[in-house]
Design a protein around this ligand. Sequence first.
Ligand SMILES: [Fe+2]
Ligand SMILES: [Fe+2]
Length: 312
Amino acid sequence: MIEFDLEKYLNHSRKVDLSEFDLASANLHPLTPAEVRCLEYMMDIELSTIGYLRSLLRTSIINDPEALGFLSCWAYEEYFHGRAIREFLKACGIGVHKDRCAQVRRNVTIRERLEEFGMAVMCSVTPHFNATLLTWGAVQEMTTLEGYAILAARTGNPILRPILLRLAKDERRHFAFYYNKARKTLEARRAQQLTTLLLKKFWTPVGSGVKHDPEVEWTMRFLFGGPEGPAAWHRIDATIARLPGLAWFDLFSQKMDSLVASKVTTGPHSADEAQRANRLAVPEAVSASCIPGSAGATPSHSPGQELLETSN
Ligand SMILES: [Fe+2]
Ligand SMILES: [Fe+2]
């Protein structure tokens, strides 16, 4: 049972305190180019939460007093997640342009803008749309939690590891809120039907919309395309499938199957892509081992499992 105590969350919500981490030593331990690229993605998505909050504020979800309290703290915590990653990158000597947030907002896709509009319209049409928003939030928060746990287990940078685990602890609480609210709202048959329809038609991985598809796909492959990935894919799907009416849910594994398969079969298409792939990609041997059914498809450990089971 995944528990969530809103009062406890509101009483304990706090920003990431960077003084807890030895940032002055961060640049003594090299990051791989792929880790830098992934961290930049994570930073941009965390710092874009405020934009998503704007979309949520146009929906009826804010009429729910529990959601109102949660979302206020949630957006605050997410901002400080992005800031923590930014300060870590800067401590490692990686430049972050002062206007990066504005640049990221300018580059959001048309789909993101349409979704913003669509969310407000859907809420005015049906009270059951909240179930979709909450389920969507649960999938994305769990993906983020698993992604941080995987990168924390994989990185050779001992300063980055505790930072990521600290962020993952917050993500676990965020996930627990969305998941428990989703469970209640999905009790209505109409909510189950609407959520099934919209997830099957429109669900995309976390960061999609803010980031363009090639970057989303690269990040998903980098985080979840290694030997520890399939356990996380299946954990995400199995957890969401326990929600009322969502026993069919397997979208994360489906997405990763297609991403891993396309990487293995097609490879880079241009000289530029090939150069970038050589520098940044998960090794082919690792990617191939993640295809369900192939050798190595069952990982020996699951970094996200322990975090998921921690109570809030
Ligand atoms: Fe976050
Ligand atoms: Fe979160």
